[in-house]
Ligand binder design. Structure first.
Ligand SMILES: NC(=O)c1ccc[n+]([C@@H]2O[C@H](COP(=O)([O-])OP(=O)(O)OC[C@H]3O[C@@H](n4cnc5c(N)ncnc54)[C@H](O)[C@@H]3O)[C@@H](O)[C@H]2O)c1
Length: 256
C-alpha cells in the first residue's frame, strides 16, 4: 500500500447498516479515516460504533436530513473530504404496475440525495482544495433489465451527476467517480433471490445461476469488501487524475 492511501481523511458514507456501505466503513476505519456513517436504520449505529465510526441517523429521502448529515460531519470533524453515496433500495415491478410513490422514493434516495449531499459537501471540499465523491451506481447504470424502471433510471441519472460533478470539480481539487457493480452478496440481493425464486418457481441456487449470473463471465457473486477496495482507491490521493469515470466490477457482464 502506498503512503498516499494512508492519509487520514474525513468521510461521510451513506447506507451503512449492511452490505457495501458497511464494508466501506470497515475498510475506511482500517485506513484510519474518520467516518460519519449515515443511515435510517438503527442497526447501523451499533456497527459504526464497533469500528470507531460515528453514526448519524437520517432518512435520506428527506432533503433536510441530507443537509443535516453534512452539517453533523463538519461540526464533528471540521470538514468532509470524501463522500460515498451508497444508500439504495430496489423495487421490482413492470412499468405498467410501478407504484408512483415507490418511483419517487427510489429517485429521491438514489439520485436526489447524492445531488443534495454533493452540494452540501462542496464548500468544504472546495475550501480545502481536495475532495472525493464516489457514487455507488450499478451495472444497471449502463444496461437495463425489465422490472426495475426506477432503479435503472436513478442509476443512469447518477452517472450524469457524476460526470457533471467531475467537470465542475476539476479546477477545485474535487474528483467524482462512479462504481458499477453486478450482483454483490448483500441483503438487497438476498431479498431479490427469495423474491425471484417465488416468482419463477425456482430454487434459490437456480436463480443465482440462471438469472443473476446469466451474463457473467465469472460465475460467482461479488463480495462487499471487493467493492470497498475500489471505493478506497477512488477516494485516495493516488486516484487524483481519475474523474468522471465509471468503474465496472461486474464479473464481465458488460464485456459482451
Ligand atoms: N448488492 C448488489 O448486488 C448491488 C449491485 C449494484 C449496485 N448496488 C448498490 O449498492 C448500494 C448498496 O446496496 P447493498 O447491496 O449494500 O444494499 P443493502 O440493502 O445491504 O444496504 C442499503 C443500505 O441503505 C440504507 N437505506 C435504505 N433506505 C435508506 C434511507 N431512506 N435513508 C438512509 N439509508 C437508507 C439501508 O438501511 C442499508 O443500510 C445501493 O446503492 C445499491 O443500488 C448493489
Amino acid at each position: 500500500m502506498t503512503q498516499a492511501t494512508k492519509t487520514p481523511r474525513v468521510a461521510l458514507v451513506t447506507g451503512t447498516a449492511s452490505g457495501i456501505g458497511e464494508a466501506v466503513v470497515d475498510h475506511f476505519r482500517e485506513l484510519g479515516h474518520q467516518v460519519l456513517a449515515v443511515d435510517f436504520n438503527e442497526q447501523a449505529a451499533e456497527k459504526a460504533e464497533a469500528v470507531g465510526a460515528v453514526f448519524f441517523r437520517a432518512d435520506l429521502t428527506d432533503a433536510d436530513a441530507c443537509r443535516a448529515a453534512v452539517d453533523e460531519a463538519v461540526k464533528r470533524f471540521g470538514r468532509v473530504d470524501i463522500l460515498v453515496n451508497n444508500a439504495g433500495i430496489q423495487h421490482v415491478s413492470s412499468i405498467e404496475d410501478f407504484p408512483e410513490a415507490k418511483w419517487r422514493q427510489i429517485v429521491d434516495l438514489m439520485l436526489t440525495a447524492p445531488f443534495l449531499l454533493s452540494q452540501a459537501c462542496w464548500p468544504s471540499m472546495r475550501d480545502n482544495g481536495w475532495g472525493r465523491i464516489v457514487n455507488i451506481a450499478s451495472v444497471h447504470a449502463q444496461v437495463a433489465s425489465p422490472g426495475k424502471a426506477a432503479y435503472i433510471s436513478a442509476k443512469h441519472g447518477l452517472i450524469g451527476l457524476t460526470k457533471t460533478a467531475a467537470l465542475e470539480g476539476g479546477s477545485q481539487g474535487i474528483t467524482a467517480n462512479a462504481i458499477c457493480p453486478a450482483y454483490v452478496k448483500t441483503p438487497l440481493v438476498d431479498n431479490q433471490i427469495a423474491d425471484q425464486a417465488r416468482l419463477h418457481g425456482m430454487e434459490e441456487q437456480e436463480v443465482i445461476e440462471q438469472v443473476m449470473l446469466k451474463n457473467a463471465a465469472i460465475k460467482r457473486l461479488i463480495e462487499p469488501a471487493e467493492v470497498a477496495q475500489m471505493v478506497a482507491y477512488l477516494a485516495s490521493d493516488a486516484a487524483g487524475a481519475v474523474t468522471g469515470s465509471s468503474w465496472n466490477i461486474d464479473l464481465g457482464w458488460t464485456a459482451q
